[in-house]
Design a protein around this ligand. Structure first.
Ligand SMILES: Nc1ncnc2c1ncn2[C@@H]1O[C@H](COP(=O)(O)OP(=O)(O)O)[C@@H](O)[C@H]1O
Ligand SMILES: [Mg+2]
Length: 279
């Protein structure tokens, strides 16, 4: 599933970047994420940028265009796209270099409200008129009711904590829009629930966080039930192909979520007072 990340920016790509920004004085490869051949903080005497690059014959080359297409619509949520260029067999996107660390999703983390803020802002972004997959489509093999997941919101869908950068000014930015999709606005918070459970929250605590996003609080419970079940199927498929421990943890988290949602309501909810002993 992963791509080899170059330890050294290949000379031809480096020349392209330098033609654009001047001499590279220093760079560091990004920590976290492995899909891009180049993902580096690049420094020049004029400032720093973040460069993501793939060779144009890479099988996931479409992700470069997808990220560039989305960027103008997620200002303030994602890093600004500075420029995009193709040459010497490379496809490069240069972004604002975000100085931040990966989000911590564990219980009590001060990052959780920042992620809620990202989710709230993103849930208000309508899917732009660019090529995007629909969540209903992506989930159709995992449920019989995938049309319940449709909608016209822009979704990120990959809440891997390394895709959320927390800055020292107390804001966060969401990177890695390769899997951006369209669908119901409650789906991103729903996907986050599974990550929170994996990070140690109970399913109830995880949902309490997600409910701070109005789109999730207002979602139809039956659709969320179906979505929770579909996420189990997704992680079953992923772990069947190539499983690493974190993927198995995601599968277990999704299962725990489904189990918690299928608890029957307590007596006071389903019986009116006094009816209980009438049988
Ligand atoms: N604009 C940016 N500024 C600073 N760091 C970034 C930026 N974009 C990505 N990163 C870092 O690079 C890592 C890999 O980038 P990402 O976009 O997630 O690519 P992928 O996971 O496809 O390799 C991220 O986890 C993050 O740590
Ligand atoms: Mg990533």
């Amino acid at each position: 599933m992963t791509t080899h990340r170059h330890k050294v920016i290949p000379t031809d790509a480096r020349a392209l970047i330098e033609a654009r920004v001047g001499k590279i004085t220093e760079y560091e490869n990004a920590e976290g994420g492995l899909n891009s051949e180049i993902a580096a903080h690049v420094h020049t005497r004029y400032g720093s940028i973040f460069v993501k690059g793939l060779r144009r014959d890479h099988r996931r080359i479409w992700t470069q265009r997808r990220e560039a297409d989305i960027a103008p619509y997620v200002e303030g949520i994602a890093p600004t796209l500075l420029w995009r260029l193709k040459g010497a067999g490379w496809d490069l996107n240069a972004f604002e270099n975000v100085e931040g660390r990966h989000a911590d999703y564990t219980p009590g983390s001060a990052d959780l409200p920042l992620v809620v803020e990202l989710l709230v802002n993103l849930s208000q972004v309508e899917a732009p008129d660019v090529e995007l997959r629909s969540m209903a489509d992506r989930m159709q093999h995992h449920t019989t009711t995938s049309d319940w997941f449709s909608g016209d919101a822009l979704l990120h869908t990959d809440w891997f904590p390394a895709n959320v950068l927390v800055k020292s000014d107390g804001t966060a930015r969401l990177v890695d829009w390769a899997w951006a999709s369209t669908g119901a606005a409650w789906i991103d918070p729903a996907l986050w629930v599974v990550w929170l459970i994996k990070a140690g929250h109970s399913p109830e605590e995880a949902e309490e966080w997600a409910r701070q996003v109005p789109a999730f609080a207002e979602a139809d419970g039956v659709a969320v039930d179906a979505f929770a079940e579909a996420t189990v199927s997704v992680w079953e498929e992923i772990t069947a192909n190539d499983s690493t421990p974190w993927m198995n943890e995601m599968l277990n988290a999704a299962r725990a979520w489904v189990a918690s949602r299928s608890q029957p309501p307590s007596f006071p909810d389903i019986y009116a007072p006094g009816e209980r002993d009438n049988g």
